[in-house]
Design a protein. Sequence first.
Length: 277
Amino acid sequence: MDKETTAAKSAAATSSAAVFGAPCWVSLMTRDLKAAQDFYGAVLGWRFRKGRLGEQFSVAFHDGAPVAGIGALAPQLQIAVAWTPYFAVTDTDEAAARIRERSGTVAVGPLTFSLGRGALAADRDGAIFGIWEGELIPDWHTWRKSTPAWLRLRTRDAFDAAIFYGEVLEWASERPGACEVSYEEDEVVLRSNGHVLARLSSGASAGSSTSEDAPDPMIQPRWHIHFPVKDVDATAEAALGNGGFVLVRRSTPHGPEVTLRDADGALFTITSRQFLE
């Protein structure tokens, strides 16, 4: 496929059906929308615009490009405040059925919105994720390549998780355009057209905890969202100065990364922007 054909295909890929199986968005549902906007604006330099899903939803922008969604959590929804990745699917009802058939849980939906249909689910180990059928942001490919840097699933068994998500999201299937899966250095790596979209790592344990009733958030199975920043240490200090918490600092072959928790309890990781350059 030549460069012009690839570029034309990328420009046209604004539907979940065109990029099925790939992470297509990340969002945070929080108890205080204004407080969350203030926090992420101060820490990550985001600016916000009202989204098309209603008054209680906003889209975060960085350098003019859409980054993520932040919305107000409905009081009747008894779910944890958390950053959640959404994966593109061709049919939300079929994907939800596949989740249930494989012992996962569909917690919310599928629900119909003005732009498509979505559902919130959990895999067999309890890691939360979403599925989305419908319209994507117009410059989705720019978002995919820049923010988040990538997603990481910390789970009990990466190989078992890859089977679950592969069957639900049609990874490594015979369908043209399916995401590719490989096993590299004890991790499962998800790619689309050679671009790394996510990594799945073993070692999480739903039974591990820091006390009798407080599970360790870094050990529980969960999807971790990585946002790239120019200065990891300065960003971590900004988080501390705006009511956030530092959970873990790491040195990696790609530079430092820090896992943070915002004032409402949502976890996210900041990583060096140089990793993308």
